[in-house]
Ligand binder design. Structure first.
Ligand code: NAD
Length: 455
């Protein structure tokens, strides 16, 4: 039996950086993935394909708004197959890069579903000989949750997997769940002409976002063509003559397709038929500060364990675990994991929300700035949006929320300020180039008022 220092199950943004890091340190590393091309959900079924579609929808939106820039563009249109082709080309290029990087680092790649057995033995579908690791890391990620109450016919009742690969744009689309997936993909299909209806059972869309911002964004998203219902339930979903019949809050409506976007669950396919029992807690693999599961020598990172199900959190786990294995005394801290929604406008937040601060009775002051007063935003035709900073009594940043142009990039200023404990006076002296969108963040740190003081 071939043996390795480390076998990683899953080649996504948790698994592949860990593999490369440890291989470069001289470990004999194998990585196993059943998606024959590696890259995980992020690259094949999530972040990257969604962002490619959002970029096409944004470009179409800009063409439709040509007159706002003094330009003319008659009848802007699109060819969906070419939109998909562009997306597929981008993901293929990135996958190739990951595979080359792993091979160059000396990692052995196995393609096929890996299953874990006792004594850290892994059997891989399509491979006769099993392999054994001194250590195993489960970087198995997550799959869309599709509760059994929803019909299973995936040609009508999509998860994000089917939505990202659909050969045509449906005329009407019901989105169940107003989380990140529902809002991002809802906006893509709305821009390409679908009549989109998002039904969210909670009182606000985008769980985790502060309530005031979520409320403020409702009309913005409605303007972009989505009907959004909050605090409403889809009572039933059935198939009728190749279409979907939904009862929403007592009212019957028909749709061409339904996107079920009600969260994700751990991908447990590595455990099928296994003789190993790994302890779980609320559906996640239970791990200690050392990322070890209940099975000695078996570790887990990313979506499969506690913390937000985000690609950058999985990569962070990989970095911390690698540091621990190299003898550093570090533990994961998820208090500053930025959240980003890549819609138009983008939304990003980090640290504590205003709602959480109020609930905990923590004193804070708010700082604000509007993109309508930012030169770079206005010249780009992106004057909608604002930044809110939450500053503690010691001047340190407790949290920030941004909606508007490049929010996902500007949020890094907030993360840095909080992570390195820079107070608002010191931060205000950092020179920001003019004109830039990042100046708006500096202003939101400078413009701290008594407003919002709470204690
Ligand atoms: P989510 O947890 O973000 O949102 C699911 C939403 O569905 C929640 O608001 C929930 O209240 C609602 N819901 C649940 N059951 C419902 C029902 N029966 N009827 C109506 N509403 C219902 O989950 P998601 O959007 O599926 O995303 C899954 C994961 O993927 C999340 O962890 C997310 O952070 C991650 N993700 C991140 C990005 C990004 O970073 N931009 C993009 C996509 C996905």
């Amino acid at each position: 039996m071939q043996t390795f220092d480390l076998i990683i199950l899953g080649g996504g943004p948790g698994g592949y950086p860990l593999a490369a890091r440890m291989a470069r340190k001289g470990w004999k590393v194998a990585i196993v993935d059943n998606d024959s091309e590696f890259g995980g959900t992020c690259l094949n079924w999530g972040c990257i394909p969604t962002k490619a579609l959002l970029a096409s929808s944004r470009a179409l939106h800009l063409l439709k708004s040509a007159a706002d820039f003094g330009l003319s563009c008659e009848n802007p249109g699109f060819d969906w197959s070419k939109v998909l082709e562009r997306k597929n080309k981008i993901t293929a290029q990135l996958r190739q890069g990951i595979i080359k990087m792993l091979e160059k680092s000396g990692v052995t790649l196995f393609r096929g579903l890996g299953k874990l057995y006792k004594n850290r033995v892994v059997k891989i579908a399509g491979h006769e000989e099993a392999i054994q690791g001194n250590k195993i890391c489960l970087a198995v990620g997550s799959v869309p949750a599709a509760p059994a109450v929803f019909p299973a016919n995936r040609s009508i009742f999509w998860t994000s997997n089917e939505a990202l690969h659909t050969a045509e744009v449906p005329q009407s689309l019901l989105v169940v769940g107003g989380g990140v997936i529902g809002i991002e993909l809802g906006q893509v299909f709305a821009e390409f002409g679908s009549k989109v209806c998002v039904v969210e059972m909670m009182p606000q869309i985008l769980p985790g976002l502060d309530n005031a911002t979520a409320k403020r964004l409702l009309p913005v998203f409605k303007k972009s063509g989505m009907e959004i219902m909050t605090g409403k339930k889809v009572d039933s979903l059935t198939e009728k003559n190749g279409r979907a019949l939904a009862v929403i809050d007592g009212t019957e409506r028909e749709f061409d397709k339904v996107l079920i976007a009600v969260g994700r669950r751990v991908n447990m396919s590595f455990m099928h038929e296994t003789d190993v029992q790994i302890e779980t807690e609320r559906g996640l693999l239970k791990t200690g500060d050392d990322y070890q599961t209940s099975e000695p020598g078996v570790f887990a990172i990313g979506d499969a364990i506690k913390g937000p199900m985000l690609a950058h959190k999985a990569s962070y786990d990989a970095m911390i675990l690698a540091a621990q294995w190299q003898g550093e005394k570090v533990a994961a801290d998820y208090s500053l994991v930025p959240s980003c929604v890549y819609t138009h406008p983008e939304i990003a937040w980090v640290g504590q929300s205003e709602d959480a601060l109020k609930e905990k009775g923590i004193e804070y002051k708010t700082g604000r700035s509007l993109f309508s007063a930012n030169g770079k935003a206005l010249t780009a035709g992106e004057g909608d949006g604002q930044i809110k900073t939450l500053i503690g009594n010691d001047g340190k940043l407790l949290g920030a929320v941004i909606w508007g142009p490049e929010a996902s990039n500007i949020i890094n200023e907030a993360t840095m300020m909080a992570q390195f404990g820079i107070d608002n006076h010191a931060f205000s002296r950092m020179i920001h180039p003019h004109p830039t969108l990042s100046e708006a963040f500096m202003e939101a740190v400078e413009n701290v008022s008594g407003e919002g003081v709470h204690g």
